[in-house]
Design a protein around this ligand. Structure first.
Ligand code: FES
Length: 204
């Protein structure tokens, strides 16, 4: 998961925190896909990415509250510090699961979430409207996907429209997952470049 820190006011300062959701969830979690990810900013540009699944009984913990000095679970008041460790005396006894992060020192925070990974297979196909690229990948229910194209690996990705049938018009930009494999088709507009499937995240 790539997060542009400047895109979130809450992450501009120490003790800032934002909760990023990949799908709908309730207080007690989510039955079909992912718990939100908590991104916390500590001192000296140190960031923490944490699973919001409370280690007591699985409720979803809220963003870090600087006044309270903790993320306080709404179910039984377990308290977690900015790095996800548990405050003694809480019903929970274990830290929130943390994900590896790397920060470029300027704006880009990369978070490694193994369970979020998926592979995309890609094939060139010919449709009535011209050359297309077929992209296939597994989806998770309620997660929203989009297709990005970049001319070089270092370049910024731009969202490109896609079709869901080989001959259909490429007009959709978002696909909502249903736990089945998806097959999308994009019009080939360049001799070289890279397509990728990105997941939308929203502050939640
Ligand atoms: S589920 Fe969080 S404190 Fe009980």
């Amino acid at each position: 998961m790539r997060v542009n820190v400047s895109g979130f006011d809450a992450l501009k300062n120490e003790n800032g925190s934002v909760r990023l959701a990949l799908n709908a969830f309730t207080l007690t979690g989510t039955s079909n896909a992912f718990y939100p990810v908590l991104v916390n900013r500590g001192a000296n540009n140190q960031f923490f990415a944490l699973d919001t699944r409370c280690t007591h009984m699985g409720c979803v913990v809220p963003p870090f509250n600087a006044t309270a000095g903790a993320s306080v679970c709404p179910c039984h008041s377990s308290r977690f510090r900015i790095d996800g460790t548990v405050v003694p005396g809480s019903p929970a006894t274990r830290a929130l699961q943390s994900f590896p992060v790397s920060f470029d020192g300027v704006d880009l925070l990369c978070i490694e979430i193994a369970t979020l990974g998926y592979t995309v297979s890609e094939t060139s196909v010919q449709s009535g409207t011209g050359a297309r690229v077929q992209l296939q990948f597994p989806t998770r229910t309620g997660v929203k996907y989009e297709v990005l194209f970049r001319q070089s690996l270092a370049g910024a990705g731009v969202v490109v429209p896609f079709a869901t049938t080989i001959g259909g018009a490429a007009t959709a930009t978002v696909l909502t997952g249903n736990n089945a494999a998806a097959t999308l088709f994009v019009d080939r507009t360049s001799d070289a470049g890279f397509y990728s499937i990105a997941v939308q995240v929203n502050p939640g």
